[in-house]
Structures are given as structure tokens and as C-alpha cells.
Write a protein that binds this ligand. Structure first.
Ligand code: HEC
Length: 453
């Protein structure tokens, strides 16, 4: 389980701070993307099922277009979803190493579920497209060729398309369920990292999953994703793709869905922003936290106004502003959380940095490059209270006693390491408690220097 520990490399303080920035960046990419993926998959599956049940063409069309945009290519899912998830797990395993909390386990589980969910969603999109192709080919056969020769093939096609549709529903529903579970575990695990006072060995995956704060954080995430998803869809349909006048009923349908889900989620978000502030541990309260929270509230206020303008009188350019504001809102929300993470884990950071310094010092000593020991420093600090080179103080002048050690360095070293009574005219010299390397250095220094004085 702790195999990630083996990948932990001791980090200096500077590296740890850099890692925190990398973590924030990974979260700014990962959370909005996975939020949009979750919401659009959910919306798509919902309208797909409802559209087939109540035979609404608009529903099915919207459902298909939505999933085609968000799951446009596998590489996007990989670059914006899976890779940031892996990097944030690695960053956490470095930053929270040797602490009492182990969230990497639940994060790994969430990643695994996410990967399976992504595959199911890709399969969902694929079977959706296949369904349309099959429908199209069937329609053609019925009209163009009547002869009974084709009925066998036709039956096969019908059976295949029924099977395909079943798969489509299954992979869609399971993909969405797994997306919900995996994003929930991600969010509640990350929430756990914010409050070091709650860290203890007793925290297991269950504690992480069944925590009230985790649930609140997740609702915050869902609402923010809903708002961003609706903003992105508005932007895509009316700005990016351009409004097609021949399709106005369909576009009106899309607009209504987006505007109302957007308004409801943006109106509910300030409450969660405030609860989030209240949930911040004492150790993480800072001026920047309050400032950023105020900024985020102002952005939500602006977003509501933009929705109002869009409802009242249609204008293409506003959907773009709305989208930018919602993206920024999401990013700043992540930064708020990471600021409090950064504050509240200062102690953890110091512990890791101190560990690092220790390891470096040990490594240097092993390599024989310990902190350079200077004989002069030792003389100034330890010997000069009782010794001078040319005059006697408490102890004899070095120029009087050192000549007898010429060529007998070992004896001098032995004396300094463990002074024995020498001259009855002096009191005994107290042991200076030096390390062997220090004795070597001071002996070298005084032997070299006494001749020059
Ligand atoms: C608290 C005072 C005191 C300090 C500090 C002190 N010494 Fe001495 N040292 C003496 C005294 C007293 C003697 C004479 C001892 C004797 O003759 O028995 C002495 C003697 C010596 C001698 C001569 C030994 C001999 O063979 O006659 C040397 C060499 C010496 N000290 C080196 C050092 C060095 C190097 C340091 C610093 C690491 C140091 N001492 C720190 C008090 C001190």
C-alpha cells in the first residue's frame, strides 16, 4: 500500500514550495475539467434516457452533441484528466510524507475509478455514434430495397442495434456513476489534507469518505461544475458555433437548460463559499484567504448579472464573459483552498525540510565533505580563552610547548583529545570534548601557526 513512499525523494524547502505550486496548477487543470466531464456525461445520459423514453428528438440530439464535445478525443481526456490526477497524487505523496495522514491510498483508488469511468464514457460516445449510423442505414434499406432477400440482413441489423443501444445505456449509466464516486473520493481526500489537526493514524479510507466536510466540499464542487458546465455550453453553442437561425427551436431549448441550471447553481454557490471559509482550520486563516473569498463572491455576483442580461436580451458576447468569469471563479476557488493548505501545513513543511537538511549533512559526512572544519575557528572559540601563541595565560604559550611535538603529531593529537597532567606549574587542562576531525584540524593549525608568530 505504501509503495508511493518508495518514490518519495527528500526535498529542500525551496522544492517543497515549488511542489505546492505544481499541486495547485494540477488541481486548477484537473478539477474544472473533471467537473465538466462529470456534469456533461450526466446531462447527456439523462437526456439520452429521457429522450428515448418520451421520444423527444431534441433531447437525444442535445445528449449526443454534449458527449461529442466533452469526450472529443482520448488524448484530451488523458492530458486534462488522467495526467494531472497522477501528478497531484505524486505531489501529495511528497508533501504529506512522514505525516500522520495517508490520503494517497484513497486518491489512488479514485484515480483507478476515474480511468474505468473514462473508458466507459468513451464507449458510451462510441455506441451512441454507432446507433445513429445503424439507424441511418436501416432507414435507407427500408425505403430503397423492398425485396425479401434483405430481410435477414435487416433483422440482424435490428438485433445488433438493439444490443448496441443496451450497451450504450449501460456504459453511460455506469460511466456516470463511477465518475461521481471517483470525483467524490478525490474531493473528500483532498479536503482531508487541509486540516493537520485532524490528522492521525486512525484516519482510514472510510473516515475520509464519510466526513461531513468532504460532503460539503463535494457539493461545492458539483455546483461550481454545474455553473461552469452550463457557461461552457452556452459559450460553445452561441459564441463558438454561432447561432443557426434554421434551428432556433433547438437552440432555444439548449439556452433554457443552460441558463436555468446556471442561475440556480450560481445563486447557491455564495452559501458554499462562506461555509468553506468557516470550515478553514484556525491555523490557515490569513488576509489573503479573506481577500480571495471576497473576490470570488464578487465574481458570482457578476455572473448572476450576466445571466440576467442573457435572459432579458440575447447577446452573443455575454456568454463569453460569463464563461471566462466562471473559469476564473473555479480557478480562484482552488487557489483559496491551496492557500489554506499552504498555511496550515507550514509545520509539516518544516519537518520535511529539516529531514532533508539532516540527510544532506549525513551524506556529506559520509563522502568526507562534512561542513569544513577550520582550525582557526576552533582556536578562537575553544582554546584562546586559556592559550596564546606567545604569552602564557591560564595555559602555557604554544611557542613554549609545541616544539617538542615536532614530528610527533600523534602525541599532540592524543593530548588534545585527552589531556593528561604535564607541567606541575600549571593546573591540569580540562578535556575540550572535540571530535577526532576537529582535533586533527586544530592540531594542524597550531603546529603550522606557532612558528610564524
Ligand atoms: C580552561 C583553560 C584551557 C583551555 C580552554 C585549553 N587549554 Fe590547553 N592547557 C591548559 C592548561 C592549564 C595547560 C597545562 C596543563 C599541564 O601542563 O598539565 C594546557 C596545556 C596545553 C598544551 C601543552 C601540553 C604539553 O604537552 O605541555 C597544549 C598543546 C594545549 N594545552 C592545547 C590546547 C588546545 C588545542 C586547546 C583548545 C582546543 C586548549 N589547549 C584549551 C588550559 C587550557
Amino acid at each position: 500500500m505504501n509503495f508511493l513512499d518508495k518514490m518519495v525523494i527528500p526535498q529542500s524547502l525551496e522544492n517543497l514550495i515549488l511542489l505546492k505550486y505544481i499541486l495547485t496548477l494540477a488541481l486548477i487543470i484537473f478539477l474544472p475539467f473533471v467537473g465538466i466531464l462529470l456534469i456533461s456525461s450526466f446531462v447527456s445520459v439523462f437526456f439520452n434516457l429521457a429522450g428515448r423514453k418520451y421520444l423527444k428528438e431534441h433531447y437525444i440530439r442535445f445528449s449526443k452533441e454534449i458527449i461529442d464535445i466533452v469526450a472529443a478525443s482520448k488524448s484530451i481526456l488523458l492530458v486534462l484528466g488522467v495526467i494531472p490526477a497522477i501528478s497531484l497524487i505524486l505531489a501529495y505523496s511528497q508533501l504529506l510524507h512522514a505525516s500522520k495522514i495517508y490520503i494517497e491510498g484513497s486518491l489512488m483508488l479514485a484515480l483507478l475509478l476515474l480511468i474505468v469511468a473514462v473508458f466507459l464514457i468513451i464507449n458510451y460516445k462510441y455506441t451512441f455514434n454507432l446507433d445513429q449510423i445503424l439507424k441511418y442505414s436501416r432507414g435507407e434499406k427500408v425505403e430503397v430495397s423492398g425485396p425479401p432477400v434483405n430481410t435477414e440482413v435487416e433483422e440482424k441489423v435490428i438485433r445488433f442495434s438493439e444490443e448496441n443501444l443496451k450497451r450504450n445505456k449501460k456504459s453511460g449509466v455506469w460511466g456516470v456513476i463511477l465518475l461521481f464516486v471517483s470525483t467524490y473520493i478525490f474531493l473528500s481526500s483532498i479536503q482531508m489534507s487541509y486540516d493537520p489537526s485532524k490528522w492521525s493514524e486512525k484516519v482510514s479510507i472510510f473516515t475520509i469518505i464519510f466526513s461531513l466536510k468532504g460532503i460539503i466540499k463535494y457539493l461545492y464542487f458539483l455546483l461550481a461544475s454545474l455553473a461552469l458546465g452550463s457557461g461552457a455550453t452556452l459559450f460553445y453553442y452561441f459564441r463558438f458555433r454561432g447561432k443557426d437561425p434554421s434551428d432556433s427551436t433547438y437552440f432555444e431549448f439548449v439556452k433554457q437548460i443552460c441558463v436555468w441550471t446556471g442561475i440556480i447553481s450560481v445563486a447557491a454557490l455564495p452559501l458554499f463559499v462562506l461555509i468553506n471559509l468557516l470550515m478553514t482550520p484556525q491555523s490557515a486563516i490569513s488576509i489573503s484567504l479573506f481577500t480571495l473569498t471576497a473576490v470570488v463572491l464578487i465574481m458570482l455576483f457578476a455572473a448572476i448579472h450576466l445571466y440576467y442580461i442573457i435572459v432579458k436580451k440575447w447577446s452573443n458576447s455575454y456568454s463569453a464573459y460569463l464563461f471566462y468569469i466562471l473559469i476564473l471563479f473555479f480557478a480562484i476557488s482552488v487557489i483559496i483552498d491551496q492557500t489554506s493548505f499552504s498555511y496550515s501545513t507550514k509545520k509539516q513543511e518544516m519537518v520535511l525540510a529539516a529531514n532533508y537538511d539532516l540527510i544532506v549533512a549525513e551524506a556529506k559526512e559520509k563522502a568526507g565533505k562534512g561542513p569544513a572544519i577550520s582550525g582557526k575557528d576552533i582556536f578562537d572559540g575553544r582554546c584562546s580563552a586559556c592559550h596564546r601563541f606567545d604569552i602564557k595565560l591560564v595555559g602555557p604559550a604554544y611557542k613554549d610547548v609545541l616544539p617538542k611535538y615536532e614530528g610527533h603529531m600523534d602525541q599532540l593529537i592524543a593530548f588534545i583529545s585527552n589531556p593528561v597532567k604535564k607541567n606541575p606549574a600549571f593546573p591540569p587542562m580540562p578535556n575540550q570534548g572535540l571530535k577526532p576531525k576537529e582535533v586533527q584540524a586544530i592540531a594542524d593549525y597550531i603546529m603550522k601557526t606557532y612558528k610564524q608568530k
